[in-house]
Design a binder for this molecule. Structure first.
Ligand SMILES: *Cc1c(COP(=O)(O)O)cnc(C)c1O
Length: 435
């Protein structure tokens, strides 16, 4: 005989109070979830349409070895990506090791000595600082004589149009626009806003290349930045587009010339896209891409649920419980180390892999404070899977993302809440619940 849902939650360590509160929040989110389902339904069809158009066949799922000449599956997959992003071409490879590598590849192959790179949306993602040479590093763009200029967003999150107009000069060759806020406090850019920004920049200098760091943003809307004028979009396959199945990889989709430059840089001048064996990964790349719209929607639901769970308890959450979503990251500020630690330990306890492990803060290389990370993942480091991390320093915020299934995301957030309740950091006052 089957037991009730409440009972199995209880067996999984969720108290009646946490269960009751969570169900109440969940019930208030039906409209939001419908909107998210609408986007994922649209994107699911977009993906299937591209796969059918390119006649993806069983033979495409097999890989090659050695040089990888005439790799049908690899070449077809790149055509599928190009169709999904509505671009002329794409490069989708296991030889692109991560998101940073994909972005570095895009920049290093499309910029030449004497060119200038411009970021009109403030400081880029941490790991790009060394790629660009903002922090000195071997092999940076700076070492190759490529300069960098940056225009910060205005206080209210708007574009500094005057500042951007001044920053664009004869040498400006490429503009890099980061869609997701990453681990900063600025708002994530919607595709519509990216489109406005690109139109403005092309109005100043029509031949400048506009690249979008698309990490964490793929499939969160029905349009992608390449639908609104981006010449190149770039991302990681262990985030949204890998659908949780890709074990490695990155992608670039864009103008033929940009992709050609990147392929010559990734392999070698003269060889370009013609080499690069796909080994055994194609099956997971295809199936992951097929699942990506749905998996992304699960991560979005988990983020919206987390925002509402903690916002209603009085914590500051970014984005807030009602805002539209343009990426899968959710920040929650606890204001003390105990909250951050309890939250991350709860997420870890919900994991199917390494659920028995207790994460502790540690001094990670490259960080100026201890960091606690929760990650029980099938693919190591994959952040489309349920994961969270928090630097142990003010304002004591955690960044939460992922959830291959909504049910797992929900359980993870409930576990985190249970940990906070058990530690006496949160008490569930139903009177304080705002409808
Ligand atoms: C994750 C991410 C990156 C870097 O990707 P890695 O795979 O961690 O190297 C770059 N930009 C943004 C916005 C990201 O979210």
């Amino acid at each position: 005989m089957s037991i009730s849902k409440e009972t199995i939650y209880e067996q999984m360590g969720i108290s009646k109070e946490v269960y009751g509160y969570s169900e109440k929040i969940w019930n208030s989110l039906k409209d939001r979830f419908d909107e998210i389902d609408h986007v994922s339904e649209y994107n699911q069809l977009k993906v299937i349409k591209a796969m059918q158009k390119n006649k993806v066949s069983e033979a495409c799922l097999l890989g090659t070895t050695g040089y990888g000449y005439n790799d049908l599956g690899r070449d077809t997959l790149e055509a599928v990506y190009a169709d999904i992003f509505h671009t002329q071409d794409a490069l989708v490879r296991p030889q692109i090791t991560c998101g940073t590598h994909a972005l570095a590849l895009a920049l290093m192959s499309n910029l030449r000595p004497g060119d200038e790179l411009l970021s009109p949306v403030g400081k880029p993602y941490d790991t790009l600082e060394e790629v660009i040479g903002i922090r000195p590093s071997k092999g940076s763009l700076k070492e190759y004589g490529i300069s960098y200029s940056q225009v910060d967003l205005l206080q209210d999150g708007g574009f500094d149009l005057e500042g951007i107009r001044k920053a664009v000069n004869d040498r400006t060759r490429l503009v890099t626009i980061q869609r997701s806020k990453g681990y900063q406090t600025r708002p994530t850019l919607s595709v519509a806003r990216i489109g406005e920004l690109i139109r403005f920049i092309k109005g100043i200098k029509p031949d400048v290349l506009c690249m979008v760091d698309n990490c964490y943003g793929e499939f969160t809307e029905t349009l992608e930045p390449s639908d609104v004028g981006a010449d190149l979009v770039v991302g990681s396959l262990i985030k949204n587009p890998g659908g949780g199945l890709a074990p490695i990889g990155g992608y670039l989709a864009g103008k033929k010339e940009c992709i050609e430059n990147a392929a010559y840089r990734l392999t070698s001048p003269g060889l370009g896209k013609e080499v690069g064996a796909s080994l055994q990964v194609l099956n997971s790349f295809y199936q992951g891409l097929f699942l990506a719209p749905s998996v992304t929607s699960n991560a979005l639901k988990s983020a919206v649920f987390a925002a509402n769970i903690y916002e209603n308890l009085g914590f500051s959450v970014v984005p807030d419980g009602k805002e539209d979503r343009h990426d899968i990251i959710q920040a929650v500020t606890f204001g003390n180390p105990e909250g951050v630690i309890a939250f991350c330990q709860g997420i870890q306890q919900a994991a199917a892999v390494d659920g028995h492990v207790t994460p502790e803060p540690w001094d990670m290389p490259g960080y100026d404070s201890p960091v606690i990370m929760a990650a029980g993942a099938f693919v190591s480091g994959s952040s489309i899977e349920l994961s969270a991390d928090g630097p142990i320093k003010p304002p004591y915020a955690v960044y939460f993302q992922g959830g291959l299934t909504w049910q797992h995301g929900k359980f993870g957030i409930m576990k985190s809440l249970q940990k906070l309740v058990d530690a006496g950091i949160v008490s569930l006052e139903f009177d304080g619940f705002t409808e």
